[in-house]
Unconditional design. Structure first.
Length: 273
C-alpha cells in the first residue's frame, strides 16, 4: 500500500458544500468543516471541479487553494514509532520488529490533524498504559477522539467496550477507518456528537484531550468526574491550574500532572467512582 497523502490539493471555502457534489470525484479525500468554513482535500488538482461547485452554489466562496505534502499539512512525519508497549504505524509503512511483547496499532491519520506524536497524545498513551497495568479496565470513553488512536490503544490493551466521540464528522470517519484497520469493530463504537451528551455514561476510564473551552463545560456536569479514572489533556499552564483547582474543590483525587515540554499539560486523576 502506498501513501495516499503523499501530496494534497486543499481548497479553502467559506460555506459548506453539498457532500454529494464532491464525493463522486475519485480524487476526493475528505472535507473538514468548522465554524461555517470548509477544507476540501484532493489527491490531485481539481480546480475546475471546485470552481464549478462554487459557481453553482451562491452560498460558497473559494478563499484560497493550497498544494502541499501530507507531512507538511500534519506538521510532522507520518512514520512508525513506539511508545511503551505500543508500535504505532501507518498502514503503508509497517516495520518488522522482532519483539513478541510489542502490540501493533495501525493508524491512518487521513487529513485529520494528529499523527500521534503531539506531546498531549503521547502523555495520554503513557497514562492509559499505566492504568491498564494497575487494574482491569473494561469500558472506556474517548472525548475528542480525532483519529481514534487513544480509543484503539485502549481496546488493544484490554478494554472490551470503547466509545469514541468527536463533533467533527471527518474525524469520526477517520476513526471508523482506523477501527477497521485494527479489526476492532466489535469493541469500539465511533459516534459524531457533543461531548456533553455522552460523559454522563458510566465507564472505568474517560480520556479528554480537548480544548479548555470544552473542558470547563464538561467540569460542570456532575457525571464527568464520576468515572473510575480520568485523563485530561490539551491544557496550557494557566488552564491546567484552573482545572486542578476545580477538581480539588469537587473532591477528585489528582494522582499526577505532567508537562514534558513545559507547554502542554496532562492530568491523571481518580474520579468519584
Amino acid at each position: 500500500m502506498s501513501n495516499p497523502y503523499e501530496h494534497l490539493w486543499i481548497y479553502y471555502l467559506e460555506g459548506t458544500p453539498e457532500k454529494t457534489s464532491v464525493k463522486k470525484n475519485s480524487n476526493f479525500i475528505g472535507n473538514w468543516e468548522e465554524d461555517g468554513f470548509s477544507f476540501l482535500f484532493f489527491s490531485a488538482p481539481c480546480d475546475e471541479v471546485v470552481q464549478k461547485m462554487v459557481d453553482q452554489d451562491e452560498k460558497l466562496t473559494l478563499i484560497d487553494r493550497y498544494s502541499m505534502s501530507g507531512e507538511e499539512w500534519h506538521g510532522d512525519k507520518i512514520e512508525s514509532y513506539t511508545t511503551g508497549s505500543l508500535c504505532i504505524s501507518p498502514p503503508w509503512k509497517i516495520p518488522f520488529i522482532n519483539n513478541p511483547g510489542l502490540k501493533h496499532v495501525l493508524l491512518d491519520p487521513g487529513v485529520v490533524f494528529g499523527t500521534g506524536r503531539h506531546p498531549t497524545t503521547e502523555d495520554c498513551l503513557g497514562y492509559i498504559e499505566y492504568i491498564f497495568q494497575q487494574e482491569t479496565i473494561s469500558t472506556m470513553i474517548d472525548i475528542g477522539t480525532g483519529t481514534g488512536l487513544l480509543a484503539i490503544a485502549s481496546a488493544i490493551l484490554g478494554a472490551q467496550k470503547v466509545l469514541a466521540i468527536d463533533f467533527n464528522l471527518l474525524a469520526v470517519q477517520t476513526t471508523y477507518n482506523n477501527i477497521g484497520l485494527n479489526s476492532l469493530e466489535d469493541k469500539i463504537l465511533a459516534i459524531q456528537g457533543r461531548a456533553e451528551d455522552f460523559v454522563i455514561l458510566p465507564s472505568d476510564l474517560i480520556v479528554a484531550n480537548i480544548h479548555y473551552d470544552v473542558m470547563k463545560q464538561l467540569l460542570e456536569i456532575p457525571e464527568f468526574i464520576q468515572h473510575r479514572w480520568l485523563i485530561l489533556s490539551g491544557l496550557l499552564r494557566s488552564e491546567v491550574n484552573k482545572v486542578v483547582e476545580n477538581l480539588n474543590n469537587k473532591g477528585v483525587s489528582i494522582m499526577e500532572t505532567v508537562s514534558p515540554d513545559g507547554i502542554w499539560n496532562t492530568i491523571l486523576a481518580k474520579g468519584k467512582y
